[in-house]
Design a protein around this ligand. Structure first.
Ligand SMILES: Nc1ncnc2c1ncn2[C@@H]1O[C@H](COP(=O)(O)OP(=O)(O)O)[C@@H](O)[C@H]1O
Ligand SMILES: [Mg+2]
Length: 611
């Protein structure tokens, strides 16, 4: 007798379940995806014991008829694709026809469904074995309920990996937030052990402020920069948090490709690159972004749980995302007073966050208006409706809108000739510059600001190959370790590129002959030591451009004004004007804010004025 034999169907399903159904949240994911594919506009998820005892997902979607129910739980049976060509252009969330049979093979499973054309619903029950009981008529509204009880009751190995009720619930919570962010028109309710833990009404506008506030918090909204870029058949839209909102974890990163939440290396790299220069070391950016592209341009059949995708033109997608975000972050946020920034006639309705005036009180780091910035994804303007939407269920948000903070003072006339950062009044504690702006007080950290300006200039000069070197009148000899001298020699070309003319004098001595003219006042010895130390840390491991930028950042820091340098009013104003012209001037090279605004309103509040 042959030792090879076909596996029984239930075992095949259980093996398939091994790939897709890891924990209760994976069941919820598959069921919610099915509901969305069925065009549901309202969804209810009931859980008991973190989903281990019970998961019930009820939708008001298109439903299934009695002849379809047995097929729904049959392996490799799907209504979503019929051919390879369909798979190539698939726009539904599901397509593998594996989820329901997999789930049914590792739980006590019931599906009840009713189509609009039927007088009542039908119920099908499976108990983990191959067969299912005969269909039963059942009372049910139009739509579908799937009930999954005792998950993994017949797979002890999997059961062992389940965590506490709280942990499993946490995973499901996170998952539902991810769906809710992408499907603004979806009403979503979650109960756990009989108590409602989430009740989100459908939003009337995509990415409506109230919904975002509940899902992501006020703080994210206050720091959100709108993005909307279209190029080469790709569209990227959504929100990126300004770098000063960066988090210690990557827990607020939502990226959807054609409405599907994915983790993708190409995307992650492009985003990281875009934030590279403005993020405090070790911090993680926050964003909610939607990439839309023709389904044929992206392969979603990469991972059984469909967490990953593959782009046909991954280089193009990478560069598109990188450029869009890089530019957006370079623009930063305008500092024009919140109310004054609102376009006429937009009052009353929902609008984008102008001027970063958070609902919470207290000054926040401001944002700079840039001479180079043109209106993009404009303030007070909804994104153009677009996106192809999945199954017409409004899964892809077409735009978004924000609530204007209430109680905002009426727009103040802004004299046209007052620059956004105002005019310097004086210096405080040798560290800060105070300036009078049309709407209150601007406070600038002069070292941080100067550092950023220096850095941006150096970058431009070095990358644009227009760096001017200045020979030192008296070359400076610097005694270093042999390793440092070797390092300088190995990287002579790089140092040259950075504008540092350095020669080796002996085993342990270097001589600095030239500095970048931009750093005229810098101490050559200290600068060289800093650059060598940076070079030792960054080495050649990073990409050359990133490595150069890191070195330039160090040089800029070195060249920036130190605390306690008295600046003349003319120097202070020059710095303010430079900031207005410089990209990424909202943050210093380490990602800290360079300036903040205390509005008239906040000042008035401090003195209880107008109460
Ligand atoms: N909530 C639902 N509403 C309507 N039809 C559903 C629902 N859930 C599943 N189905 C039907 O059952 C089929 C099988 O579902 P599933 O096993 O998840 O595979 P897939 O989603 O990959 O097609 C689907 O193709 C769909 O026709
Ligand atoms: Mg499915």
């Amino acid at each position: 007798m042959s030792s090879i034999h076909p596996l029984p169907p239930q075992l095949i399903n259980q093996i398939a379940a091994g790939e897709v159904i890891e924990r209760p949240a994976s069941v919820v994911k598959e069921l919610v995806e099915n509901s969305l594919d069925a065009g549901a506009s309202s969804l209810r998820v009931d859980l008991e014991q973190g989903g281990v005892k019970l998961i019930r997902v009820t939708d008001d979607g298109s439903g299934l008829g009695p002849e379809d129910l047995p097929l729904a739980v049959a392996r490799h049976a799907t209504s979503k694709i019929a051919s390879l060509a369909d798979l190539d252009a698939v726009s539904s969330l599901g397509f593998r026809g594996e989820a329901l049979p997999s789930i049914a093979s590792v739980s006590r499973f019931t599906i009840t469904s009713r189509r609009p054309c039927d007088g009542h619903g039908w119920r099908l029950t499976c108990d983990g074995s191959d067969s299912h009981d005969p269909l039963q008529p059942a009372a049910h509204d139009v739509g579908t309920s799937v009930e999954v009880r005792d998950l993994f009751y017949n797979v002890p190995a999997r059961r062992k990996f389940l965590r506490t009720e709280k942990t499993e619930l946490g995973h499901i919570d996170q998952l539902l937030i991810r769906f809710a962010l992408a499907c603004s028109q979806l009403r979503l309710r979650l109960t756990h052990n009989g108590r409602t833990s989430l009740d989100l009404p459908a939003a009337d506008a995509p990415l409506a402020a109230e919904r975002l506030r509940r899902l992501l918090g006020d703080d994210f909204l206050a720091h959100a920069l709108p993005v909307d870029e279209v190029a080469v058949g790709l569209r990227l839209h959504g929100l990126v948090a300004s770098p000063d909102f960066a988090r210690s974890q990557g827990d607020m990163q939502f990226f959807y490709v054609n409405g599907r939440l994915v983790r993708d290396k190409v995307v992650a790299h492009a985003v990281r690159q875009a934030y590279r220069d403005v993020l405090h070391h070790g911090r993680h950016p926050a964003f909610l972004l939607f990439l839309e592209l023709p389904p044929r341009q992206v392969d979603v059949n990469v991972h059984p749980a469909k967490h990953e995708v593959r782009f046909r033109e991954s280089r193009q997608v990478h560069d598109f995302i990188y450029r869009a975000l890089h530019r957006r972050l370079a623009e930063g946020r305008r500092c024009v007073p919140a109310a004054a920034d609102a376009p006429a006639g937009s009052g009353g309705g929902e609008m984008l966050p102008a001027g970063a005036e958070p609902a919470a009180s207290g000054p926040v780091p401001g944002r700079l208006p840039l001479g180079v910035a043109e209106s993009r994804g404009g303030y007070g303007r909804d994104f153009p409706a677009g996106g192809h939407g999945i199954l017409g269920a409004g899964i892809l948000p077409a735009g978004f809108a924000f609530q204007q903070p209430s109680g905002e003072p009426p727009p103040r006339e802004c004299p046209v000739d007052t620059p956004p950062l105002g005019f310097a009044i004086g210096q405080l504690n040798g560290i800060y510059i105070l300036a009078e702006a049309p709407d209150g007080l601007i406070i600038v950290d002069m070292h941080a600001a100067h550092e950023r300006i220096g850095y941006e200039r150096l970058k431009q000069a070095v990358h644009g190959r227009t760096l001017v070197r200045q020979p030192l009148l008296v070359p400076v000899t610097v005694h270093v370790s042999r390793a440092e001298a070797d390092l300088a020699e190995t990287h002579a070309e790089l140092l040259q590129q950075l504008g540092l003319g350095v020669d080796r004098l002996g085993e342990t001595a270097l001589v600095v002959r030239e500095l970048p003219a931009l750093l005229g006042a810098a101490d050559p010895e200290q600068l060289l030591r800093d650059v060598l130390a940076d070079l030792a840390t960054h080495g050649q491991s990073e990409r050359v451009e990133a490595a150069i930028d890191a070195l330039l950042a160090g040089m800029a820091c070195h060249g920036a004004v130190r605390a306690n340098r008295r600046l003349t009013p003319a120097e202070m104003n020059a710095l303010l004007r430079d900031m207005e012209r410089t990209e990424r001037a909202d943050q210093c090279n380490h990602g800290r804010p360079t300036w903040t605004r205390v509005s008239r309103r906040e000042l008035d509040a401090l003195f209880l004025r107008g109460r």
